[in-house]
Write a protein that binds this ligand. Structure first.
Ligand SMILES: Cc1ncc(COP(=O)(O)O)c(C=O)c1O
Length: 355
């Protein structure tokens, strides 16, 4: 029986990380152990910012665990998903040896983290099926069987292409990766999708990791709060590699507020509006002159191909509408990615394009 810990970098398996003052369990009322200021700043908004924060903010961890339907020991609060991606690559990939699999065109941070760790990047390009991109699961399984990759980043729903992976596809890949690689499903846009989350597979596969974030559906990109959902042993490894206090106290406090019952109800309403707007925009764009293709999307954005993407971009910019130029990405030489805005913002986008 193999353990997921066998996949961790051998030099990190017994590594406990930095023993910060806040990690040491102690009770007392005179705190002289962390070289903090005993006085509060006048800028302190009642958060006791003179003190270092909890390495893992307990209340937020519990609320996020409840939100995603896992036990708290299966969840690490991170400084956005970006921190989770970086910690995973650093924990599992030996520099220059263990590869990272990505399926381009995809979110760029997987390749950036691989590059920083000097982990070889292995690409299995997505297949363009006209109105949707799809993952070549057989090709992914072939790469896994070869033994060169230690981590796979599967983005579902995928940025910028918009498609989501089914539970069946993820289970297939996770089975093929048993004992060989960690399978990371990045669900940054899951709240906008009708496809089920891979969280339900965590019990079955200790080498499966799910990334979630408050940056998108919960409207908290500026607070930098995400979560890694994984086997408790994986969480322990990631925590040993992470900076001692990566989640700032004001961010943790605001994130807790953003997950209150009323704030969650507001988020659900925003998600419904976004999905409605996405489908309406998709229809209008598909009928627009100069638009050659609009991909179905399970996220809060649309990937759109233009007969003349440069002209479209210039028209939009002239009207003050900023979208993401995707033309430098593989297979996307004529594409722009358009985030779904408010109904007024989407109307402004359409007006600028129709001009
Ligand atoms: C697929 C995907 N994963 C992760 C992130 C980063 O999220 P966070 O803000 O939580 O770091 C993004 C941001 O755009 C993304 O598109």
């Amino acid at each position: 029986m193999t353990s997921v810990l066998d996949l961790v970098r051998p030099d990190l398996r017994a590594f406990a990380g930095y023993a910060s003052a806040r990690r040491e369990k102690a009770t007392g009322h005179v705190w002289l152990n962390a070289n903090e200021s005993p006085w509060r700043s006048s800028a302190d908004a009642g958060l006791s910012l003179n003190r270092y924060p909890e390495p893992q903010p307990t209340a937020l961890r519990e609320r996020m665990a409840a939100l995603y339907g896992v036990a708290p020991e299966r969840l690490m609060v991170t400084r956005g998903s970006d921190e989770g991606i970086d910690l995973l690559v650093r924990s599992f990939c030996r520099a220059g040896i263990d590869g990272v699999l990505v399926a381009p065109p995809c979110f760029g941070m997987y390749a950036v983290s691989a590059r920083v760790q000097n982990a070889p990047l292995v690409e299995v390009p997505l297949e363009d099926r006209g109105r949707e991109f799809s993952l070549d699961v057989t090709a992914v399984e072939d790469v896994i069987a070869h033994g060169d990759v230690r981590i796979l980043f599967l983005c579902s729903p995928a940025n910028p292409t918009g498609q989501a992976l089914s539970i069946r596809q993820i289970r297939h890949i996770a089975k093929a990766a048993t004992g060989l690689a960690v399978v990371v499903v990045d669900e940054a846009y899951a709240e906008f999708s009708s496809v089920d989350s891979a969280v339900s597979l965590l019990d079955e596969f200790p080498h499966l990791v799910v990334l979630r974030t408050l940056s998108k559906a919960y409207a908290m990109a500026g607070a930098r709060i995400g979560a890694v959902l994984a086997d408790p042993d994986v969480i322990k490894v990631l925590r040993s590699v992470a900076a001692p206090y990566s989640v700032a106290a004001p961010s943790a406090s605001l994130a807790l507020d953003a997950l209150s019952e009323s704030a969650q109800a507001e988020a659900r309403a925003r998600i419904a509006t976004t999905i409605h707007e996405r489908e309406a925009l998709l229809k209008v764009l598909r009928g627009m002159k100069g638009v050659t293709s609009v991909y179905r999307s399970e996220g809060n954005f649309l990937l759109v191909r233009f007969a003349d993407a440069d002209l479209a971009l210039r028209r939009l910019l002239a009207a003050g509408v900023v979208v993401r130029d995707m033309r430098a990405m593989p297979q996307l030489g004529d594409a722009l990615r358009i985030s779904i805005g408010t109904p007024d913002e989407n109307a402004a986008l359409l007006e600028a394009l129709a001009r």
